[in-house]
Design a protein around this ligand. Structure first.
Ligand code: ZN
Length: 368
């Protein structure tokens, strides 16, 4: 079987990670990806739903195998911070950063892997299915790009994202729903030494809210967290404002709603107890999904991983991907693992071999 060119995949990956693309700043990398697809003879549509001319890219690879269903293949181009001036280092078969930034293997390893797979199909004229290639912006901010993409453009009714950190071969068939919460407490600022009785501390309110919240692992498929807290202006002032940001996740949509209600009630009770005013923003970012082993996309994924010479394993994940959002919008998608490690940290890295494996998996899905 014709193989991908792993050196070329690595070359593309190193080039892509050097193009800064924090969320909302994807214009340049999208231009680069579009150029690559166009050079392979594909027509590329940019929906311009992002900022500054950025948008989701959609290109269709017309199929030569009518026996196979059309497939969506998706990767995202945005990264978290610190993601500017990435300087990749390849050492001992692993791509890392210089320690100052994230790498952006999440998810540019997949962008490079998919481009290499398409290149292999086109250059070697390999028989293949019809494929809707989609490169999204804004995945790291609640899948903003996928949420705005017009799915009626797609011929595919099922597909994959390649955006999971497990070792290649793993297929995420269940992923949690996710809700974010921003609670802002407004009290009364006052001088802490001269007139503390005139103040109402918003930090006390926020602290009380956190102490009333059930956080951490709620059950085997449900978690909650407060990850950010901000407030106050000076050590000698009773703080007039404080806010906290939290989240909850569950593989079960109904459980998630119960947990979020609990967080909301804790914030409301804290505001009442401390005579502060509460401004609460609760946002359902995306829904959960769960497929069975007999679901056609799961069957396809298992077969594709096997054809790529890897051992398939089906798993539930604690994290979301564009697959959650596409599933909520009526498609049937799974998230496929690529072996990126320590993502969202300056220690992020990926093995050169895993990049090649990911490209082989993408090729296997496309050729069927
Ligand atoms: Zn990602």
């Amino acid at each position: 079987m014709t193989d991908v060119d792993s050196d070329r995949a690595l070359h593309t990956f190193l080039e892509l990670v050097r193009i800064d693309s924090p969320t909302y700043e994807e214009r340049r990398i999208m231009e680069r990806v579009a150029h690559e697809l166009e050079s392979l003879g594909l027509a590329v549509f940019n929906d311009r739903t992002g900022k500054d001319g950025a948008g989701n890219l959609h290109a269709r690879l017309g199929g030569t195998r009518a026996d196979l269903a059309p497939l969506l293949v998706c990767a995202h181009t945005d990264t978290v911070e610190p993601g500017r001036g990435v300087s990749p280092v390849v050492r001992d078969g692993v791509v890392r950063t210089d320690g100052r930034t994230i790498l952006g293997a999440d998810n540019k390893a997949s962008v490079a892997a998919v481009l290499e797979a398409v290149r292999t199909v086109v250059r070697h004229n390999l028989p293949h299915r019809e494929v809707d290639l989609v490169f999204t912006w804004g995945e790291e901010r609640g899948h903003a790009g996928a949420a705005l993409f017009d799915v009626s453009r797609l011929r595919a009714a099922m597909g994959i994202t390649l955006d999971d950190a497990a070792d290649p071969g793993a297929i995420t068939i269940a992923a949690p729903a996710y809700t974010s919460l921003l609670a802002r407490f407004v009290g009364v600022a006052a001088h802490a030494g001269a007139a503390p009785e005139r103040g109402v501390s918003a930090i006390v309110a926020a602290a009380r809210a956190v102490s009333l919240m059930q956080l951490g692992r709620i059950d085997f498929e449900t978690t909650a967290n407060v990850g950010l807290i901000r407030g106050g202006t000076a050590r000698n002032s009773v703080p007039g404002a404080a806010e906290l940001e939290g989240e909850a996740r569950s593989l079960d949509n109904a459980k998630l709603e119960r947990v979020v209600s609990g967080l909301r009630e804790a914030a409301e009770a804290a505001a009442r107890d401390t005579a502060t005013r509460l401004e609460l923003t609760v946002k359902r970012e995306y829904a959960a999904y769960r497929w069975t082993e007999s679901e056609p996309i799961v069957v396809e994924a298992v077969a594709a991983v096997r054809r790529a010479g890897l051992l398939p394993s089906l798993r539930a994940s604690g994290g979301g991907s564009d697959s959650n959002t596409f599933n909520e919008r009526g498609l049937r998608c799974v998230n496929v693992a690529i072996g990126m490690k320590d993502i969202h940290t300056v220690n992020e890295h990926i093995a050169v071999d895993d990049l090649a494996r990911t490209s082989r998996i993408a090729l296997s899905f496309i050729t069927g």
